[in-house]
Design a protein around this ligand. Structure first.
Ligand SMILES: NC(=O)c1ccc[n+]([C@@H]2O[C@H](COP(=O)([O-])OP(=O)(O)OC[C@H]3O[C@@H](n4cnc5c(N)ncnc54)[C@H](OP(=O)(O)O)[C@@H]3O)[C@@H](O)[C@H]2O)c1
Length: 267
C-alpha cells in the first residue's frame, strides 16, 4: 500500500517507518520539521510532505496528490490529565479524519484505510458500556477522538484505533531494517477490549471493578517495535483487515497469564 505517515519524526512514527518499509509499503512522510528525519530514513521514503497535522486541507491534498491508499496518524500527543494543556492533539485527530474521509469520497467512494493512535482507556471494561476510562480517566483527549471516529461507518472511512497502554521502545533508535526480534507475533490482540483480561477482585462489593482494573492495567504495556510491526503487517491486508471499525487492544504474549481460569474474554 501507499501510506501517508503523520508524525514520522516522533517516538512511534520514526519506528513505524522502518516497519512499513519492511512490509513493502511505500511511505510518504507528512512532517512539520523535515530536518528531523535522518538521512537513512529519507533514503527509504517515497516522498516528504511538509505541513501541519492540524491542516486537513493540506493532508487531503497529500493523500490525493500522492495517491495514498492508507493513512497512519502518529502525530500529536495526548496529555495525561484533564488539567494539563490538551495541546493540538484533538485538532490533529479531527483534521486527519476529515482529510481521509473527504479524500475517499472525492476519489470515488473507496474508503481510505486509516490507523490512528489512541489509548488503552478507550477499550471496554468488564462492565459495558463503561470504557476503562470510566475507572482510569487518564489521557482524556482520546475520548472525544473515539466519539468522533465511531460516528463514521467503516464503508466511508476504514478506521482502526490502536489502543495500547505504555509502548516502551526496546531499542534507543529506529533501525533499518527493523530488529529481527520485533514482530506482531509477540503480541496478543483483541477487538474493542483488552486481550486476556483477568477476573480477579471482580466480586469485591462496590470497588471490585476498580480493583480488577488497577491490578492488571500495568501489565498491558507492549514493546513499541512489536506494535509498529502489528500495524504495518495489518496494512498488507488492505480493506480485508479484521480490525476495520475496531479499537484494538494489545498485550505482550509473554505477559499473558497462562492459567486460563484467570482469563476471561470481554464479549
Ligand atoms: N509512546 C507511547 O507509549 C504511547 C502509548 C499510547 C499511545 N501513544 C500515542 O501515540 C501517539 C504518538 O506518540 P509519540 O510517543 O510518538 O509522541 P512524540 O514522540 O511526541 O511524537 C509526536 C509527533 O507528532 C508530531 N506533531 C505534533 N504536532 C504536529 C503538527 N501540528 N504537525 C505535524 N506534526 C506534529 C511531532 O512532530 P515534531 O517532531 O515536528 O515535533 C512528532 O513527530 C500519541 O498520540 C500518543 O498519545 C503513545
Amino acid at each position: 500500500m501507499k501510506v501517508l505517515l503523520l508524525g514520522a519524526t516522533g517516538n512511534v512514527g520514526s519506528r513505524l517507518l522502518p516497519a512499513l518499509i519492511a512490509h513493502k509499503h511505500q511511505v510518504v512522510a507528512y512532517v512539520r520539521t523535515p530536518a528531523k528525519i535522518s538521512s537513512v530514513a529519507t533514503s527509504k521514503l517515497d516522498s516528504i510532505v511538509v505541513g501541519s497535522a492540524s491542516d486537513s486541507t493540506a493532508i487531503k491534498a497529500a493523500i490525493l496528490s500522492h495517491n495514498c491508499d492508507a493513512v497512519v496518524n502518529a502525530a500529536g500527543v495526548a496529555a495525561m490529565t484533564s488539567w494539563a494543556s490538551q495541546g493540538e492533539f484533538q485538532a490533529i485527530f479531527a483534521a486527519v479524519v476529515q482529510a481521509a474521509l473527504e479524500a475517499g469520497r472525492e476519489r470515488g467512494g473507496t474508503p481510505v484505510r486509516c490507523w490512528l493512535m489512541s489509548g488503552f482507556a478507550m477499550l471496554d471494561s468488564l462492565k459495558k458500556p463503561h470504557l476503562l476510562f470510566h475507572y482510569i480517566p487518564l489521557f482524556p483527549s482520546h475520548k472525544p477522538n473515539y466519539q468522533l471516529i465511531k460516528s463514521h461507518a467503516a464503508d466511508t472511512l476504514a478506521w482502526s484505533l490502536f489502543c495500547a497502554s505504555n509502548m516502551p521502545p526496546k531499542y534507543d533508535t529506529p533501525q533499518f531494517p527493523p530488529p529481527a526480534d520485533a514482530s506482531a507475533s509477540n503480541l496478543v490482540a483483541k477487538a474493542d477490549a483488552p486481550p486476556a483480561w483477568g477476573k480477579q477482585y471482580r466480586g469485591v462489593p462496590l470497588i471490585g471493578n476498580y480493583l480488577n482494573i488497577m491490578a492488571q492495567a500495568q501489565s498491558y504495556y507492549a514493546v513499541l517495535e512489536n506494535c509498529v510491526d502489528f500495524i504495518a503487517a495489518d496494512l498488507e491486508k488492505g480493506l480485508e483487515s479484521e480490525w476495520i471499525g475496531k479499537r484494538v487492544g494489545v498485550k505482550e504474549k509473554s505477559k499473558v497469564d497462562t492459567n486460563t481460569n484467570a482469563n476471561i474474554n470481554i464479549k
